[in-house]
Design a protein around this ligand. Structure first.
Ligand SMILES: Cc1ncc(COP(=O)(O)O)c(C=O)c1O
Length: 380
């Protein structure tokens, strides 16, 4: 085996990211800009690399969860608008204000902390900086966001804090956009309209944004001024109606050993699988420490030597075993655990369906110290 056969590697196709962002931007209603969501290290794909590709694909905004994520992008040279929406109560807004990051506000307390951040940013920068704030209304997801009953007070306080606070947007997040026709979507849209009317009556003239990937693809009337797709920019499809997205992540490894076993031999911990006939086994050096769920033992395939083959016996911490029948894959042969699906190889969605979860969880869990991440451009 040579160094060109990594034990565990995720390969990110940046041309797929560009393609997906361009596709989503083209689906956005006229006048709506596109914010590519790159939180959680770009859903496990690498925030900075994804950010650059997304901007090349047409994103004019990038969205992160934490201020730390946004600051890292800004300090790495990302120049587009950055919006960050959820931090702990001790988060310091001063660097965000100084480094031109838009922030979310859901409460009077948060508004006061942002205003405090502006004052301190002015002190240390010597510049008359203001905070660009997006007021979040909770329209029915019941996570963060201001409850409708407190919205008027928040809007009034934000309006009174101008110009220290510049209210650039009101925004919200949908609970069930991936369930087409779910009644909560219209109910949330109605509350969003009401919140907007209150903001306008208070003298504000904010942008509006509420659409995640599923709403970008299915609810054009909810695109307003800005859409916030996440999962779809990675090529994972939140709704059945879209088939032009290209998954960007391939998870692969390689064969490090093969051996022939006679019928009747059992394999891996617990001997949960016994060969019914003489067979060649291929050992692949990835396991649950590398993101292959142990609960997929005995119910997953890999792509090896031009076809799917079953993983047999238990997935271990560092290795798994593939039944190759009478085939003899060479040591070093590529093993695809999941990929784009174009060859017939398993996909992240297939893993998610088997595990009773969503593909978001599969790809975001691929950020691990032992997994080597590489980036692929078209044709490379
Ligand atoms: C506030 C916010 N906006 C947008 C998104 C993107 O959602 P999706 O990945 O479903 O497109 C997320 C992701 O969870 C989010 O938290």
């Amino acid at each position: 085996m040579t160094a060109s056969f990594p034990r565990a590697e995720v390969v990110i196709d940046l041309s797929a990211i560009r393609h997906n962002v361009a596709l989503l931007a083209s689906r956005a209603a006229a006048g709506a800009q596109t914010m590519a969501v790159v939180k959680a290290d770009g859903y496990g794909h690498g925030a900075l690399e994804v950010a650059r590709a997304a901007v090349e694909g047409g994103a004019t905004w990038l969205g992160t969860c934490s201020l730390g994520e946004a600051l890292a992008l800004r300090r790495a040279g990302i120049g587009v608008r950055l919006f960050s929406w959820l931090d702990t109560p001790e988060a310091d807004f001063a660097p965000a204000v100084a480094e031109d990051i838009d922030v979310a506000v859901s409460s009077l307390d948060e508004l006061a902390r942002v205003a405090d951040g502006v004052r301190r940013a002015r002190d240390f920068s010597g510049l008359t900086v203001n905070a660009r704030v997006h007021l979040k209304i909770d329209t029915g997801l019941s996570r963060n966001g201001c409850p409708p009953a407190e919205w008027q007070a928040l809007v009034d306080a934000a309006a009174a804090a101008e110009p220290l606070i510049e209210v650039v947007a009101i925004w919200s997040h949908l609970a069930c956009a991936d369930e087409l026709g779910h009644p909560s979507i219209d109910a949330q849209a109605k509350r969003f309209d009401e919140a907007y009317d209150i903001a306008r009556t208070a003298g504000l003239n904010p942008m509006r944004h509420i659409a995640n990937s599923a709403a970008v693809l299915t609810r054009p009337e909810l695109h307003f001024d800005l859409v916030r797709p996440g999962i779809a920019i990675y090529g994972l499809n939140p709704v059945p109606t879209e088939d032009d997205l290209r998954p960007a992540m391939t998870f692969k490894s390689s064969v490090v050993l093969t051996k022939r076993i006679p019928a009747g031999e059992s394999v891996s911990y617990g001997h949960s699988w016994t060969a019914e006939r003489d067979s060649t086994l291929a050992l692949v050096p990835v396991g649950y420490a590398d993101g292959v769920p142990r609960s997929l033992s005995g119910r997953m395939d890999v792509w090896l030597g031009g076809r799917r083959r079953p993983v047999v016996g238990r997935v271990c911490m560092d290795q798994l075993i593939v039944d190759c029948g009478d085939d003899e894959p060479a040591v070093g042969s590529e093993v695809i655990l999941f990929g784009q699906g174009a060859l017939g190889e398993p996909t992240a969605r297939e893993w998610a369906d088997k595990l009773g979860t969503i593909d978001y969880e599969i790809v975001t869990s691929m950020y691990r110290p032992r997994i080597h991440r590489t980036y692929l451009e078209a044709g490379s």
